[in-house]
Design a protein around this ligand. Structure first.
Ligand SMILES: [Zn+2]
Ligand SMILES: [Zn+2]
Length: 347
């Protein structure tokens, strides 16, 4: 059972297509549900998913282009209509959050539950039990943030041979040492956890860029991440457009992943003219461990000693067994999404 994963609810750039919804992804960590971006139709994507539409308590916006927040007013209204009146909701985002909500106010109206708006600056850490959420600056031509979800180091694993050598009996003493407590043995000796536990083991790190040109700031923030979710609006044939609009190509994103030495790169914010596999192919020339999730795909992020991050195709779809996947889409898996639609400026 993996206790950390990412559900891709919307993987389109700019506008919805028949198979891709605009930006939204859900990080599930234990019982926590963190929504990043809320493009148009996000509430319905959740309803159609195996998750349903939970009374989300935290929503993180990367920036205020319409394809990243248009789903908010409807979702906030639905919460109200369902009778939510106590559970608080906090929305985080870059500078300009208050202004965004002043504009949305006529549509949202009065809400019966507490709503907090928390504008964030890059580097302003949100501390949680056992992990932090760190916003970082990206380059998209306006106030825009990426987010890193970073777990604390975990205690080292206990070494059975060392415990044996120290004469610690098999039983509750060993459990208490693993839990970080000192124990006193029958002969009066006191053993500290440091004597039997190995080096601290790293926690996990998920980094979500939102929209951005390839950036050294992202390389820095994503250093050693288990999973980097990077936008890849374009293929290489549109490198010039990517530059002009401060977006990334698949190869740009792969370059960032390679420099940051992440374990898995997931490309999202896919322009309507692409299927996905062509972006994956371009990126893999630079960074082999690349996937291009579709809506309702899930990436599981186990602790490193339990395996690599893994793409589960349709893992978030209602009725899905959660099985399947393996890295890498094949042609046969490609939906019948239509290519060659008129070009729209990704935003
Ligand atoms: Zn966008
Ligand atoms: Zn944008």
């Amino acid at each position: 059972m993996v206790d950390l994963d990412v559900v891709f609810l919307g993987t389109a750039a700019s506008m919805p297509t028949a198979h891709r919804s605009p930006a939204a992804l859900l990080v599930r960590r234990g019982s926590e549900r963190l929504l990043f971006d809320c493009g148009e139709g996000t509430q319905r994507q959740l309803q159609r998913s195996a998750i349903g539409l939970p009374d989300l308590q935290e929503i993180f916006l990367t920036h205020y282009h319409a394809d990243h927040f248009l789903g908010l007013p409807g979702m906030l209204k639905t919460f109200a209509l369902r009778g939510r009146d106590e559970t608080p909701l906090t929305v985080y985002g870059p500078q300009g959050l208050g202004e965004l909500f002043r504009r949305l106010q006529p549509f949202v109206g009065r809400l019966p539950y507490p709503l907090s708006l928390v504008p964030l600056e890059p580097g302003e850490r949100i501390e949680r039990r056992n992990y932090v959420i760190e916003p970082f600056a990206v380059e998209h031509g306006l106030a825009a943030l990426g987010y890193a979800v970073v777990e604390e180091d975990r205690r080292g694993a206990s070494d059975a041979a060392t415990a044996e050598a120290l004469g610690i009996p098999v039983g509750p003493e060993r459990g208490r040492l693993q839990a970080g407590e000192e124990v006193e043995l029958a002969d009066g000796r006191v053993v500290t956890p440091g004597e039997v536990l190995g080096e601290p083991r790293p926690g996990r790190k998920i980094v979500i860029t939102g929209d951005t040109a390839p950036s050294a700031l992202v390389v820095q923030a994503a250093q050693g991440a288990d999973l980097l979710v990077h936008e890849a609006s374009f293929a290489g044939e549109e490198a010039e457009r990517a530059k002009e609009t401060m977006h990334s190509t698949a190869v740009d994103a792969a370059g960032v992943a390679r420099l940051a030495q992440v374990r898995l790169l997931a490309l999202t914010h896919v322009s309507p003219r692409y299927f996905g596999p062509e972006l994956a192919a371009e990126a893999r020339d630079v960074f082999p461990d690349t996937v291009v999730p579709r809506d309702f795909d899930v990436i599981e992020v186990p602790f490193p000693e339990r395996g690599a991050p893994r793409l589960v195709r349709r893992g978030g779809k209602a009725g899905s067994t959660g099985a399947g996947g393996g890295l890498g889409p094949t042609r046969a898996e490609v939906d019948g999404e239509s290519a060659g639609v008129p070009m729209i400026e990704p935003s």
